[in-house]
Design a protein. Structure first.
Length: 451
């Protein structure tokens, strides 16, 4: 059977789609590059906010309209937990619906599918339609260590969609990490709804440090193990000390704070003691003076006043994060926050988002300038069209795109590295110039031809 997966949403969904691929691959099914060439098209949906729902529904409807006779359309992922039956009723072309993480169900369904005998002339199929999709080696990969969440955040319905925290056994994660290392992956990014709550459901207290120790020992050939989606109240001294001690754990952590006004945080049902938050960041910087800190905020939460927003701006200036993401509050119809009074007008949300990102950019520029003249290791992500002219870079020079330990895939800055290198190479380089979010660097040693 030939299949094609459409992945929507966050890095956790990317990890889920890869899990689906492994299940299907174990059954000798093959991936193809386009939905029109597949016997089964699988949509891995996102339902985190209403905009994500709309994107998922629009994608499903588009694929339903283009569906060929005999082809199967399967819907899986977050959106199905709350709206699976509704989707089937509204889009009759859907053949099957599976909840998030129902790997066995998807595998069993695939085994029962008869491959299509598509008429090449009728459907204008190229000769390559039957050729399995072959993916190039990738520098980075996501490893989902747990799913679900026990937090009561008023703007989020993850607990309703994914249930309470459920952690993957460490042995399973170690086996997956070793598989990724054998594929040539140079960076493993740990993701979860709350990575710092890992193992609580397994009877572990502060289980993430132990998991990091085991992963670090299991894949010493992987230079970077990166930690995303930590929860402010769960970052411990043991975790900081473990990150500092392990040679292949990146000195980087992503801790979504969501706001800095204690009044707003209380309304969000988030940790609201900002003194403890400041102490947490001080503790991390004490353990790892070179640590890169990333966070995200929501502006325009119901009832957010100008004074509360100014508290947030002052906090961002004070803490000097390396990377900041900012989202405007998007009502999730099933969440308590959607029913809160004093909804903030959209134009005010957008204005506050622009103002926050202006401050974040100023801080990012200052922090990037501190790296000019310093040496860093660069993981090359792409050797393709990065050789084109880059704003702010010297004209006429060829560049490849990479990242330093300070930059997570897809969400942070880049390092524009002079020379020609293959994706997946680590290159020692000296920073020659700082842009607002990115760095420009030249190799310390003479470049060698890309392999």
């Amino acid at each position: 059977m030939r299949y094609h997966i459409v992945t929507l949403g966050c890095a956790k969904n990317v990890a889920d789609s890869e899990r689906i691929e492994r299940v299907l691959g174990a059954g000798a099914h093959v991936a193809v590059a386009a939905p029109q060439h597949a016997d089964v098209v699988i949509v891995n949906t996102c339902g985190f906010i209403d905009a994500s729902k709309e994107e998922s529904v629009d994608t499903i409807v588009g694929l339903a309209v283009a569906k060929k006779a005999g082809q199967r359309l399967v819907v899986a992922g977050c959106l199905t937990a709350l709206h699976g039956e509704e989707l089937r009723a509204e889009v009759p072309e859907i053949d099957a619906v599976f909840g998030a993480e129902d790997w066995a169900g998807i595998g069993a369904y695939a085994r029962a599918v008869e491959p299509l005998r598509l008429d090449a002339q009728r459907y204008e199929l190229p000769e390559s339609a039957a050729i399995p999709l072959v993916r190039a080696p990738r520098p980075s990969a996501y490893l989902k260590i747990s799913d679900g969440c026990n937090a009561p955040c008023t703007f989020c319905i993850i607990p309703r969609m994914k249930g309470k925290l459920h952690s993957a056994p460490a042995e399973e994660l170690i086996a997956e990490a070793r598989r990724l290392a054998a594929e040539g992956v140079r960076e493993i990014v740990l993701v979860a709804q709350d990575s710092t709550d890992y193992g609580r459901d397994l009877g572990l207290r502060d289980g993430l440090p132990e998991l990091l120790e085991r992963l670090s020992a299991a894949v010493p050939e992987v230079p970077w193990i990166r930690l995303m989606y930590a929860y402010p109240g769960h970052v411990t001294r043991r975790l900081a000390g473990t990150m500092a001690a392990l040679p292949n754990v990146a000195h980087y952590i992503d801790i979504p704070l969501q706001h800095a006004s204690e009044a707003v945080l209380r309304r969000m049902k988030r940790p609201s003691n900002t003194r403890l938050v400041r102490e947490m960041f001080a503790m991390l910087r004490e353990a790892m003076p070179d640590i890169a800190l990333r966070t995200t905020f929501i502006v325009g939460y119901p009832g957010e006043t100008e004074r509360e927003f100014e508290e947030l701006l002052a906090f961002v200036r004070e803490l000097a994060f390396d990377h900041v993401g900012c989202f405007t509050f998007s009502p999730q119809s099933e969440s308590p926050a959607a029913r809160e009074p004093a909804q903030v007008p959209e134009r005010v949300k957008k204005r506050r988002q622009r103002a926050l990102m202006e401050v974040a950019q100023q801080v990012s520029t200052i922090r990037n300038r501190a790296f000019v003249g310093r040496e860093i290791d660069v993981l090359v992500e792409s050797s393709d069209a990065a050789r084109a002219t880059i704003d702010g870079a010297p004209d006429g020079r060829g560049f490849v795109v990479g990242r330093s330990y300070r930059d997570a895939p897809e969400v942070d800055g880049l390092v524009l590295l002079e020379g020609e290198y293959a994706a997946g190479e680590f290159v020692r380089a000296r920073v020659t110039r700082a842009l607002a979010y990115d760095l420009i660097a030249a190799p310390v040693a003479a470049p060698v031809p890309a392999r």
